[in-house]
Design a protein around this ligand. Structure first.
Ligand code: SAM
Ligand code: ZN
Length: 268
């Protein structure tokens, strides 16, 4: 079944020889990196979302496996809530680390999208068998109820669109930072580090079916990894200069990582 729809007219998109087309002759070419731009109005570009340097830094960090405990838990959860051949979607997939991790381990039809072309381009280059596209969570070019399991990690939430695209017996998983997540980093950056409040997103029309906690501890001992982690966090944008100086002098960083995976289904 074709689950993608045309961002202009809403008709089903069919794929043939590197092009997605609808019956109204709107067409979308697959770029050489292996992704397609389905952003309505095509207002995409390198200016939207994370810049190239941040995208590369994120990819380098994730590829080293520092967040593998989360990738593993997400994959195991997707496995429990979907069957072989089902459609699985990575919402705001970034540079595709989690999509690839799951796609290598599960026999599903994987899709991933993000608003940032830089990110989706890197995801496409992974050549992991998933279909990657550029799109906005506010208008996801996927047909109603077409997704059996979606996952959504550290990104803006859009309950109405997520509810629309998942099947009646489908689920959406999201992950939020757990209480102690990156406490070791915050202890370097701030005089009084706060614990995370574990507040889930506003999820109107969805109900929680399961909550899974993932905890581990990591030790980063290169500046490259420490900087890459810092750049991936919201602290990157508001840390006082003394905290930045302390981090710059830091040779090694040990910190708990903690995630809370929330599984939702549609409210009847
Ligand atoms: C912190 S990153 C997380 C990426 C990926 N899920 C991961 O964990 O590696 C947040 C992502 O959300 C994307 N994003 C932000 N707003 C978006 C929107 N309105 N529609 C689609 N993606 C969006 C950004 O481009 C970015 O790649
Ligand atoms: Zn169309």
């Amino acid at each position: 079944m074709n689950i993608l729809k045309c961002p202009v007219c809403g008709q089903e998109l069919r794929y043939n020889e590197q092009v997605f087309r609808c019956e109204n002759r709107h067409s979308y070419d697959v770029a050489k990196e292996g992704y397609v731009n389905l952003l309505a109005g095509r207002k995409s570009g390198d200016s939207i979302g994370d810049n190239k340097e941040m995208a590369l830094s994120r990819r380098g960090f994730l590829n080293k496996g520092w967040y593998e405990p989360l990738a593993k838990a997400v994959t195991e959860t997707l496995d429990r809530y979907s069957d072989d051949g089902d459609s699985v979607l990575d919402i705001c997939c970034g540079e595709g680390y989690y999509t690839e991790y799951a796609a290598k381990r599960l026999s599903r039809e994987f899709y991933g999208f993000d608003l940032s072309k830089n990110m989706v381009r890197l995801a496409g280059k992974r050549k992991c068998g998933a279909t990657f596209f550029v799109a906005n969570i506010a208008a996801i070019p996927i047909r109603d109820s077409a997704i059996k399991a979606a996952f959504h990690l550290f990104a803006p939430f859009h309950a109405a669109e997520f509810r629309r695209i998942i099947a009646d017996d489908g689920v959406i998983l999201t992950a939020i930072p757990g209480r102690d997540h990156l406490l070791g980093l915050k202890e370097i950056l701030y005089d009084k580090p706060y614990l995370n409040d574990e507040k889930g997103p506003e999820a109107d029309g969805l109900q929680i079916v399961e909550i899974i906690r993932v905890r581990d501890e990591i030790t980063l001992d290169t500046h490259q990894d420490i900087d890459a982690l810092f750049q991936m966090t919201p602290y990157y944008y508001h840390t006082p200069s003394e905290g930045m100086d302390r981090l710059a002098r830091c040779e090694s960083l040990t910190t708990p990582i903690e995630f809370v995976i929330i599984v939702y289904k549609k409210k009847p």
